[in-house]
Design a protein around this ligand. Sequence first.
Ligand SMILES: Nc1ncnc2c1ncn2[C@@H]1O[C@H](COP(=O)(O)OP(=O)(O)OP(=O)(O)O)[C@@H](O)[C@H]1O
Ligand code: SF4
Ligand SMILES: [Mg+2]
Length: 321
Amino acid sequence: MNYLLNTKNLKKYFPVNKNLFNKASKYVHAVDDVSFSVESKDIIGIVGESGCGKSTLAQLIMGIYTPTSGTIEFEGKSINLQNKRNMLAYKRNIQMVFQDPYWSLNPRKMAKDIIAEPMRVHKTVNEYDMDSEIQRLLNMVGISGDRMYEFPHEFSGGERQRIAIARSLSLSPKLLILDEPTSSIDTLSQAGILNLLIRIRDELNLSYLLISHDLSVIHFMSNKIIVMYLGKIVEMGDVNEIFNNMLHPYTKALMLAIPSIDSSGNIKKIEALEGNVPSAINIPKGCRFNARCKDCMDICVTEEPTLKKIDKNHSVACHLY
Ligand SMILES: Nc1ncnc2c1ncn2[C@@H]1O[C@H](COP(=O)(O)OP(=O)(O)OP(=O)(O)O)[C@@H](O)[C@H]1O
Ligand code: SF4
Ligand SMILES: [Mg+2]
């Protein structure tokens, strides 16, 4: 199988409590032994509560952080952060779209310069052809090319996110990382952005890693899903398989927490997740979810479960299976 991206046993531990000699006594286990693969045209949804390591994982893949250990392979080649030429080519292939387009777009720059910036840095388009390339990118995201002279505040929230998407496409990447791409946008514009992302994926044969707290967004967009808890993958597989046959007690609790509307129009939210996520510094012994798990057994407080394949397209890390 030819994978676009492969992470193997990826770890990122952040040092904390440094002493006088700059030596850390403790570490935040932000990403802890994460292995997964991305195939062409995959949309992989990544879910998990705040602090479980989703953004750190994204930043490791972007080459922003150096892994504590583990490897990242792109199109079969191992990524070496020390090799500047290798990294420049790699970084063109992977682009990120952030949660809040207002903060990720420079308010003093016109849309045309925001979109052109990566092409100028990487010298992929000459200035003579730049305006027509900017118009092409704006049209691709559903914005009229003649608006390229406007500033971020002249666009709506949804339009700003479209500009951020146009900018992320300017270097013809193969993988986009979308970190909560619609969570700061009004609900009316959200569906438009999600449909746009699907259309662009089909037209350009892209793959996405889609980080979202919103499981309905993940269900709508993704073909695969990764559920993370305290730096680890606890369940992963095909989205339909997981939504029809979720196994890990944490995944079940996350699903139950999706708000539903009852017959009288009231929004109901079941609080299936009790207690807080434990500290990522003092990792609990055994299963990391044991203090919050209703199915906890003796083995769960002594032995950490490993991620096991239950089916061709379904893996889970839990002693129940
Ligand atoms: N630069 C850093 N230095 C130290 N700790 C960090 C750093 N970045 C993240 N962390 C810690 O690593 C853990 C994972 O954080 P991360 O931001 O990846 O979580 P997340 O899943 O993206 O959360 P959210 O849903 O709130 O965005 C958290 O405990 C966080 O406090
Ligand atoms: S390993 Fe044990 S504590 Fe952890 S989720 Fe499974 S049953 Fe619950
Ligand atoms: Mg995050």
